[in-house]
Design a protein around this ligand. Structure first.
Ligand SMILES: [Zn+2]
Length: 574
């Protein structure tokens, strides 16, 4: 591969203190270097901005529920999303749940080079990796689900945190996972009995543990291992009016848990798609925003980060999908989608994965004219604009739950341009104005701040030191956008970020002028903690002894073989 030199671009590299400076970037053998060879290919980025490649911390792109979403919705394959095969690309389709190859291409076109799938059922991890193998260009990682797992609840109940850490270590190896994910801790297990957990102290049936204990136990075990990312939590009560207070109570559970000092991470807790957990009011008729209370907590506590889960209004329905079985059951009964001539809530899937987790899928159409949906849209933006430190909040749509990731450029426009926000606000139900504080917020993101909430902060939160910046030794993952940093409006922002002028992956140009020009396969990113061998061995003995009570398959058929992640990078705790 030829060396690359990017000249004349205005560079944003906040981690290295560069906030819009003309600077050359040199790449050799896939990495950023001081000086490339004299015969390097030169990219003239005059009139353009240069950033590290985008890093998405939370996007449902692969695995059994994603694929069920594709199968259950043939109507999602709208003609304008069909991609014809070319010399470089395979064909693909899908609006809210794109096919595997298309997912890789679409992310690359937006200038994103790393994406994390945040809900991998352990038993079905192989499916997630099979899809990763068919997803070109981007690097991928997956978070295994721990919040409703029987082994986890056994160790939490007996307060064996070291053994819990050993179990996490084994699962990360066996499933080729990256971080500890909790979805509605305890609630999904209770849902197997037709119930849920509505408070942090509701008991989980038959296990004599509570959501509070599960969260605390997993957070402590996570820090014992020193994993690169903190625990990644989808709270109880997602989607319900008045849930903001519960969300803040959940933040408090980990308030005093310090990140293991050697990992160099400031946070011990990440709360995901908080828009869906930032609701005020007591029912759907007095539904209102609880974003300012959430932001106030985040602004005064440095040990947590959040991502937003922004709602975006789209022409077609999206496909909501989550490991939160009881929530999808509730959403199905709330109405689901009314598009495509189907009756409200006609389509619905709920699933249970043996002794581990659950899931659900419901198509949903966010409408500007529905008060609750308009308020949800405004809450996401309130969170993004009221949280002061961009290293504590990240841009996501919880793809495809709040909308497909392809709508990110619209979110960027609303963050960076108040006028665009006001125009959008006028076009929807007045509830977004009366039941939230959005109209009173003047803040507009700078390009440096946008860079942090889309790549720098996410890479840092994930503990990925080789990306999210453009310093010497970083991988050559870059995005170049056609935008004049001194003169832009909302339209220019949306246009520039919709279609990267160049995306460079590991030093190779993969997108030019918004078109895919090369389609290499990215890596799967794994994580490993530090633990005594004796603990690990004892846990394996426990797991084997209890296996028959927990699973219908053989122990030897459980782990995902190396062949399912042919190109791997493992982040090992220090
Ligand atoms: Zn999610």
């Amino acid at each position: 591969m030829k060396d690359l030199i990017i000249k004349n671009g205005i560079v944003y590299d906040p981690l290295n203190g560069i906030d819009g400076e003309k600077k050359e970037i040199h790449i050799q053998d896939g990495k950023i270097v001081e000086k490339a060879s004299s015969d390097a290919k030169v990219i003239d980025a005059s009139g353009m901005i240069v950033m590290p490649g985008g890093v998405d911390i939370h996007s449902h792109i692969a695995g059994p529920k994603v694929n069920s979403g594709r199968s259950m919705r043939p109507e999602d394959k709208v003609p304008e999303c069909n991609l014809k095969k070319t010399k470089t690309t395979r064909s693909g389709t899908g609006f809210s749940v794109p096919s595997t190859y298309l997912t890789g291409y679409l992310y690359a076109k937006l200038g994103y080079t790393t994406v994390f799938e945040p809900a991998m059922p352990l038993l079905e991890a192989r499916h997630t990796h099979e899809e990763f193998m068919e997803m070109p260009i981007i690097d991928k990682g997956a978070f295994p689900l721990f919040g409703n797992n029987w082994f986890v609840m056994e160790y939490v109940k007996s307060n064996e945190i070291e053994k819990l850490a050993g179990y996490i270590q084994w699962i990360l190896k066996a499933t080729k996972g990256y971080a500890v994910k909790l979805v509605n801790p305890g609630g999904v297990e209770n849902w197997s009995w037709g119930r849920n957990c509505e408070s942090l102290d509701d008991p989980v049936f038959h296990w004599d543990v509570t959501p509070r204990q599960i969260i605390e136990g997993l957070a402590k075990a996570n820090e014992l291992l020193g994993l690169p990312h903190s625990i990644h939590v989808h709270c109880n009560n997602l989607g319900h009016p008045g849930n903001y207070a519960h969300t803040i109570e959940t933040f408090k559970v980990c308030e005093n848990i310090e990140p293991k000092s050697s990992v160099g991470r400031e946070r011990s807790f990440h709360c995901t798609h908080v828009q869906f957990n930032a609701y005020g009011g007591t029912n759907w008729s007095d539904f209102q925003s609880g974003a300012s209370q959430i932001a106030e907590y985040v602004n005064s506590h440095k040990r947590l980060s959040i991502d937003v889960g922004q709602v975006v209004f789209t022409k077609y329905a999206t496909t909501t999908m989550t490991g939160d079985g009881p929530w999808e059951f509730a959403l199905h009964h709330l109405g689901g989608t009314s598009v495509w001539g189907s009756k409200p809530g006609t389509k619905w899937i709920n699933g249970q994965v043996e002794s581990e987790s659950g899931s659900g899928i419901v198509p949903y159409f966010f409408s500007k004219q529905i008060g609750v949906n308009a308020i949800q849209w405004a809450i996401g933006l309130e969170l993004m604009l009221l949280v002061k430190d961009p290293y504590q909040i990240f841009a996501t749509t919880d793809h495809p739950n709040g909308g497909p990731f392809t709508t990110y450029p619209q979110l960027f426009k609303w963050l960076m341009d108040k006028k665009s926000r006001e125009e959008e606000l006028k076009s929807m139900s007045q509830k977004a104005t009366t039941a939230t504080t959005l109209k009173d917020i003047d803040r507009e993101y700078t390009l440096g701040e946008l860079c942090i909430v889309t790549r720098v902060g996410t890479a840092k939160s994930l503990g990925l030191r080789d990306r999210g910046h453009l310093g010497i030794g970083a991988i050559g993952d870059l995005a170049i956008y056609n935008l004049d940093p001194n003169n832009y409006d909302g339209l220019a922002i949306e246009k520039a970020f919709s279609s990267a002028a160049y995306t460079i992956k590991d030093g190779q140009i993969v997108v030019k002028d918004g078109e895919i020009v090369a389609s290499p396969m990215g890596s799967t990113i794994l994580a490993e903690g530090k633990l005594k061998d004796s603990v690990y061995d004892a846990v394996l003995e426990d797991v084997k002894a209890r296996w028959r009570d927990h699973y219908s398959i053989n122990f030897n058929n459980y782990a995902v073989q190396d062949v399912y992640a042919p190109k791997r990078k493992t982040v090992i705790s220090v």
